[in-house]
Design a protein around this ligand. Structure first.
Ligand code: NAI
Length: 266
């Protein structure tokens, strides 16, 4: 076999929030490379149905209710790959952000992620190690107006990744993160439906476009695989270069926006 090929044969994986968007793409990528995948998601998102299409199993989990996480790990068996992906993102001006929005966002994106990582660590310590991959965000690093709770939750994930990597390395457990930019999912459907928003947004992205869930999934699969055997405590941007761009690169003088991406003239 090509030594650079991803191979998850005999591996079992858990993906939280795996019924939709980026999580579903990750579940498909892992299952497509041989992993047996368990999707943990809210009952309304029908995780069993989503998983069945991949030959996997689904478990009804609300990550804000830690008992449901523990029950699902006990039923799924000890995985060697856990992808911490479940998340929500609601906008509100900084000064008007309610206690309810703040608490809900932290409960899903940060506390839910924390307990999923704890449970994953416990399973992997019992087994022969493993890989935890956390879906953070470019917003883990920089600000975006009207997303105080989301940004704080995603910044907090970096603290969890770094701390868990320190503690779990000795057990053969690697802990890494991906930081997606704007990716086409239901969370961002409003953005992708409006070319006026996109042209301004993508002006600041060297690759001139938004990302697809599969592009994040491939990076997660790499970090989860033995190809990343010497990587832990790291985060990788999957953002078309957005975080490397200070002033933006695309101008009407040299390029046209076709509704979805910037393309050089001529
Ligand atoms: P999505 O809304 O399509 O998927 C989120 C999934 O998380 C859904 O299946 C949802 O049911 C699940 N979920 C939400 N609350 C849950 C809870 N309490 N318990 C269990 N599952 C729960 O959104 P998308 O875009 O696929 O987001 C996935 C992750 O990627 C999130 O953590 C998000 O913050 C992150 N992300 C997304 C970006 C984007 O541009 N779409 C950019 C950067 C990060």
């Amino acid at each position: 076999m090509n030594p650079l090929q991803l191979d998850f044969k005999d591996k079992s994986a858990v993906v939280t929030g795996g019924s939709n968007g980026i999580g579903l793409a990750i579940s498909r990528a892992l299952a497509g490379s041989g992993a047996s995948v368990s999707i943990f998601d809210l009952p309304a998102e029908k995780p069993a149905e989503a998983a069945r299409a991949l030959g996997g199993r689904g478990f009804e989990v609300d990550v804000t209710d830690w008992k449901t996480i523990d029950r699902a790990f006990a039923a799924a068996g000890d995985p060697s790959i856990v992808v911490v992906n479940a998340g929500i993102g609601e906008t509100s001006p900084f000064c008007e952000t309610s206690a309810d929005l703040w608490n809900r966002t932290i409960a899903v994106n940060l506390a839910g992620a924390f307990h999923t990582m704890q449970a994953a660590g416990q399973c992997m310590k019992r087994g022969k190690g493993g890989a935890i991959v956390v879906v953070a965000s470019t917003n883990s690093f920089d600000g975006e107006a009207n997303l105080a709770a989301y940004n704080a939750s995603k910044a907090g994930l970096l603290g969890l990744i770094h701390t868990a990597a320190n503690e779990l390395g000795q057990y053969g457990i690697r802990v890494n993160g991906v930081c997606p930019g704007l990716i086409r999912t239901r969370l961002t459907a409003g953005h992708f439906a409006d070319p006026a928003i996109l042209s301004g947004y993508f002006r600041h992205i060297p690759l001139g476009r938004g990302g697809e869930p599969e592009e994040v999934a491939r990076t997660v699969a790499f970090l989860a695989s033995d190809l990343a055997s010497y990587i832990t405590g790291a985060t990788i941007f999957v953002d078309g270069g957005q975080m490397a761009s200070k002033f933006g690169v695309w101008t009407e003088a040299e390029a046209d926006f076709d509704g979805q991406r910037w393309i050089r003239k001529g």
